[in-house]
Ligand binder design. Sequence first.
Ligand SMILES: Cc1cc2nc3c(=O)[nH]c(=O)nc-3n(C[C@H](O)[C@H](O)[C@H](O)COP(=O)(O)O)c2cc1C
Ligand SMILES: C=C(O[C@@H]1CC(C(=O)O)=C[C@@H](OP(=O)(O)O)[C@H]1O)C(=O)O
Length: 352
Amino acid sequence: MPGNSFGQAFRITTFGESHGIALGVIIDGCPPKLPLTAADIQEELDKRRPGRKLTTPRREPDRVEILSGVFEGKTLGTPITLIVYNQDVDSSKYEAIKDVFRPGHGDFTYFKKYGIRDWRGGGRSSGRETVARVAAGAVAQRLLDRWKIEVYAYTVALGGIYAQECDLDFIEKNALFCCDKSVYKKMEQRILEVKKQGDSLGGIVEVRVKNCPSGLGEPVFDKLDAELAKALMSIGAVKGVEIGAGFKVADLLGSECNDEITPQGFLSNNAGGILAGISNGDEIIVRAAVKPISSIEKEQRTITENGKPTTISVKGRHDISAIPRIVPVCAAMVRLVLADHLLRQRMISEEA
Ligand SMILES: Cc1cc2nc3c(=O)[nH]c(=O)nc-3n(C[C@H](O)[C@H](O)[C@H](O)COP(=O)(O)O)c2cc1C
Ligand SMILES: C=C(O[C@@H]1CC(C(=O)O)=C[C@@H](OP(=O)(O)O)[C@H]1O)C(=O)O
């Protein structure tokens, strides 16, 4: 069945369901001789892991095992298989709603498409699938390291509370990956308040790429911005993507929107580091709008598989917001796009 793979030159295929035995990824096309250990991958997975502060209480250690493609701490150039076994599956709360569609989740569309669905924890439509993307993104970063490309992802808004300033050093030291110290506590409070109300929150994640070389991206359909938009939009709960000034460009004059060019570089970055679908060497800036978690305790109207009207109040172990755990997922997807385009551009030199 197509649709489980991403990328052309650095190609990933993910597999697994939220309440199945395991999830994982096969990476095909990764160049040889990149340094890679399970610990490198684990560091990224720990940022996404459930069962921590402000997240779903499902306690998954998300321990990664490398099944193939790596020898003596280096990639072999052969397919890399990474697997994470599920260790804290509890499907009991799903039994009661197994023939009822949760509003906002994939239950309705999976049933319409396949006529069968794994009702335990959303099956393949679960946000848990992103564990495989984050693992693959950590491998992609080893390739980006050759070019000293750095990818930063952080929360810029949560439930209508916006970060005004960005202190990159602050990001990874806090549970929300928020870069504004002054709003961090407010965001934390908001999650706890909304949780008590049996409701959920959305937000905005920003990803910035430093040291991206110019020339990445294909000229017409596989433009770098198009590829980034697809990559981020493919994450469950992402409903919008902006590059650079994004939707604000609609209100600007040409003279305001153009990034003037000097011998020292661009004077502004409304383009978000991409012109005509090709990276211009400036910082890449991309944002993803994340919807609130659909599985909420607040009662809502829905239907059964037989089309009968009913109501639902979803119990169980759910996030209140996909933020913060979606933040490392956004970073991973950006890494995968860049690795793919470096290879498509044949930029595989060992000495960047
Ligand atoms: C990291 C992450 C965690 C998520 N956690 C939950 C959750 O606990 N409960 C839930 O109902 N949805 C959760 N979601 C969102 C659903 O997976 C998503 O809404 C669903 O797949 C439907 O897709 P759509 O929102 O893109 O339409 C999460 C998504 C991500 C990326
Ligand atoms: C377990 C994870 O997130 C899950 C994503 C998810 C969903 O519906 O998307 C629903 C919850 O899982 P379940 O109800 O199946 O136990 C979350 O805990 C994870 O990301 O590792």
